[in-house]
Ligand binder design. Structure first.
Ligand SMILES: Nc1ncnc2c1ncn2[C@@H]1O[C@H](COP(=O)(O)OP(=O)(O)OP(=O)(O)O)[C@@H](O)[C@H]1O
Length: 230
């Protein structure tokens, strides 16, 4: 579904992605793991078209190279940034009613959103500013599902969340997958990653160095955690 070939990215003179190639098949959940600074966020931003200093090829069934972020969104990509991007002055419901829908995607109805995210129903009249970190994460995920995105790019959705909320995010990602949505996510919690994802790409210094399945991650968990400095 998503193909990335020989992707490079720079910040000025500094090269931070050095020829990344990866694939995500329809219906998969795939994680990007790697130390701080390995290039994970930059990679998601390149796929979404938010980082312009890039070369290489990116396709979501059809080539996306050179397209602006809104055109990539229309093609079916949805981006959930690490700062969650909630409109603080709008209520939860207004945030959910805002996104335009993508062509060809299947936007989630408000009923389905509230069924999947009961906390958003409870908080629907609350302004974005009054939400906890976990609630903001739920809202950011829900909002991108409202667009009908077919592939979600999620920048560490569990960062800073309690174990209970991490489990809830896991349940939601599994439900998203059950509805046919594909996910590429940054995740530093390896154990959690093996409970939600099918495969894992390990990034180091701007390169993909390993493509691991769950059994490999679990068998090498200690070594990988040491490597990641966690
Ligand atoms: N706006 C920027 N200007 C200059 N350099 C940047 C910028 N953003 C990131 N970098 C550098 O690019 C490299 C990759 O950063 P990136 O945020 O993609 O890594 P990451 O793997 O997501 O790490 P983290 O988990 O710390 O965000 C790092 O060396 C970082 O310092």
């Amino acid at each position: 579904m998503l193909t990335v070939r020989d992707l490079t990215a720079n910040y000025g003179q500094a090269r931070v992605l050095r020829g990344v190639s990866l694939d995500v098949a329809a219906g998969e959940i795939v994680t990007l793991v790697g130390r701080n600074g390995a290039g994970k966020t930059t990679l998601l931003r390149c796929v979404m078209g938010l980082h312009r200093e890039q070369t290489g090829e990116i396709a979501l069934e059809r080539p996306l190279t050179g397209l602006a972020p809104h055109q990539r969104a229309r093609a079916g990509l949805g981006y959930v940034p690490d700062d969650r991007g909630i409109y603080a002055g709008l209520t939860v419901e207004e945030n959910l009613l805002l996104p335009p829908t993508t062509k060809g995607g299947e936007p989630w109805s408000m009923a389905r959103i509230y069924e999947t995210f009961p906390v958003l129903w409870q908080r629907r009249r609350f302004p974005g500013t009054k939400l906890s970190g976990g609630e903001q994460q739920m809202l950011a995920l829900a909002r991108v599902l409202r667009t009908g995105a077919r592939l979600l790019l999620c920048d560490e959705p569990t960062e800073g969340l309690s174990p209970l909320l991490v489990r809830q995010i896991g349940d939601i990602l599994r439900e998203v997958k059950a509805h046919g949505v594909t996910v590429l996510l940054i995740e530093q919690n390896l154990h959690f990653a093996t409970t939600v994802a099918d495969r894992h790409y390990l990034l180091a210094e701007g390169r993909v160095v390993e493509n691991l399945d769950n059994s490999e991650v679990l068998a090498r968990e200690h070594e990988l955690l040491t490597y990641l400095g966690i």
